[in-house]
Design a protein around this ligand. Structure first.
Ligand SMILES: Nc1ncnc2c1ncn2[C@@H]1O[C@H](COP(=O)(O)OP(=O)(O)OP(=O)(O)O)[C@@H](O)[C@H]1O
Length: 270
């Protein structure tokens, strides 16, 4: 395997205490959550800004005419616990990714609230790795960004390269990777750390079968260390094999929440 060649400065930090909270206590509380996107559509020629149109809008107390709202999550409430792996299913546009981003704190609630115990980390298909940098550099930066000390990065480096299976490609820029290789490296980096709440949005979709198996094993380990995992996937086999609970979103609302086999059976019936 390729040795890590980058020099990292010696820094001593106090190690983070492992998650020791007992299972069965809440990690995420979502309370009557509403998320609304505001979209500014392109103005038609008729609406285009000129002084007369602007004045008429002011006089009629109208807002910008091109703005539309998309109510993506509509009053979602649930509680997640330590040790939970929750699958989120639903048709395209049902609000799955929006809900993940809201739990990660990346979207402000329009109404309601999200309370989390610990730091949620969102691992998505577009997780911020840099295409022009080598895999090695991305591993180092990614781990430091997750709060690891340089010593921890050095300790974890081989394991991450090994888990990702990208071998010698680690020395090449990520722009030379296939989408599957990129996804594997992202998952390997993100899951190298114990997460309180790990949100995985379709990030396992591009991996091959062997990698999916390895990632399911990793998710199990995270659950066993009392973290909480959310998994958005259109691959229902992965959901059923990995999760102990499934939430079915439909048009921004929870249609069903419970045992994976029961929810998936109802979901397939439509
Ligand atoms: N940035 C955005 N701006 C405006 N509307 C958005 C934005 N992102 C998502 N939406 C809208 O919000 C709704 C929910 O989208 P979201 O991506 O959360 O659904 P999803 O269930 O994850 O879909 P998919 O399975 O296709 O990934 C859709 O109507 C979508 O068009």
């Amino acid at each position: 395997m390729a040795e890590m060649t980058e020099e990292l400065p010696e820094v001593t930090t106090t190690p983070k205490t492992p998650l020791d909270a007992p299972t069965g206590t809440p990690t995420v509380i979502v309370d009557d959550l509403h998320i609304v996107y505001r979209v500014y559509a392109k103005a038609t020629d008729h609406e285009k800004g000129n002084a007369v149109n602007a004045l008429m809008r002011l006089l009629r107390r109208q807002g910008r005419p091109q703005m539309t709202e998309v109510h993506a999550v509509k009053g979602v409430s649930f509680v997640a616990y330590h040790g939970d792996a929750i699958g989120i299913v639903g048709r395209n546009g049902s609000g799955k990714s929006t809900l993940m981003r809201a739990i990660a704190g990346l979207l402000p609630p329009h109404q309601g609230a999200v309370y989390t115990d610990g730091q949620p980390s969102l691992l998505g298909v577009n997780a911020a790795l840099m295409r022009d940098l080598t895999g090695e550099r991305n591993i180092i930066l990614g781990c430091l960004a997750m709060g690891m000390s340089p010593a921890e990065v050095r300790k974890k480096y081989d394991e991450i390269v090994d888990f990702s299976g990208i071998d010698e490609f680690v020395k090449l820029p990520m722009s030379t990777y296939s989408s599957g290789m990129g996804a594997r490296l992202r998952f390997a980096i993100s899951s190298a750390k114990t997460h309180d709440v790990l949100l995985i949005d379709e990030a396992l979709a591009t991996g091959d079968r062997e990698f999916r198996k390895k990632s399911q094993e990793r998710i199990k380990q995270i659950r066993e260390s009392a973290g909480t995992v959310f998994l958005v996937s259109h691959d229902h086999k992965v959901i059923e094999e990995t999760c102990n609970r499934v939430i079915w979103l439909h048009k921004g609302k929870i249609k069903m929440d419970g045992d994976p086999a029961e929810v998936m059976a109802a979901y397939h019936k439509g």
